[in-house]
Write a protein that binds this ligand. Structure first.
Ligand code: GRF
Length: 209
């Protein structure tokens, strides 16, 4: 087994995905460029044909499907947790992962599960934050990166950045502007968390809502 991150090794990150995986790509590519003090060691999806899995394979990153099973959610989540644990994960990153994780999963990586969400939380929690922001007619939305607790899109905020909603914005144009920020903010937060694993006493920009 590798040395744990607390003993000087690079942090091992497992990314959970359900869809296209642009955030996974941004994180993995930033790590490969040496801009993140961690390695993406596996990508795991609840969707067998998620495009993110192919994008991981293209990058030489192990891509693992643990297809969601609605008939036995507990057993599915246990398989998911075992797949992550088998990678010796120090950090778990949810990057467009569309399932809610229970306390049993989170207890295996306390304060080490991170989510990226396209709103300024606590505004617009849930699966359609971009559509909800457009429907609400707000001038500003944004991106949040946070530690995950048992509630949806909830937990201590690691970083937030506002993004303007411009006249005539569609879901696609607004999402593109949000993605630009996500792809910068998520790697930065993972880098900070990875460095904290190595130096637990260090401080970094972190606030609690
Ligand atoms: C991102 O907007 C993320 O904030 C949200 O789901 C989307 C995933 O996009 N949780 P991608 O799969 O990373 O492209």
């Amino acid at each position: 087994m590798d040395l744990p991150a607390a003993h000087g090794a690079r942090a091992r990150v497992v990314v959970l995905v359900s869809g296209t995986g642009s955030n996974m790509v941004a994180l993995a590519d930033a790590a490969a460029r040496g801009q993140v003090a961690a390695d993406v060691v596996a990508v795991v999806s609840d969707v067998a044909d998620a495009p993110a899995l192919a994008r991981a394979t293209e990058r030489g990153i192990p891509a693992i499907a643990v297809p969601f099973d609605r008939t036995d959610r507990g057993a599915w989540e246990a398989r998911l947790a075992d797949a992550v644990a088998a990678q010796d994960a120090d950090l778990v990153v949810l990057a467009g992962f569309m399932r809610i994780l229970s306390g049993a999963f989170l207890a295996r990586w306390p304060d080490r599960v991170v989510n990226v969400h396209p709103s300024l939380l606590p505004a617009f929690r849930g699966a359609d934050a971009v559509g909800d922001a457009l429907a609400a007619g707000v001038d500003v939305t944004g991106v949040s990166v946070h530690l995950v607790d048992e509630l949806v899109d909830h937990g201590p905020i690691l970083a937030q950045e506002p993004v303007p909603v411009l006249p005539g914005d569609t879901r696609e144009t607004l999402l593109a502007r949000l993605h630009e920020v996500e792809h910068r903010l998520l790697p930065r937060c993972v880098d900070e968390l990875a460095r904290d694993l190595d130096h637990p006493a260090s401080t970094h920009e972190r606030s609690t809502p």
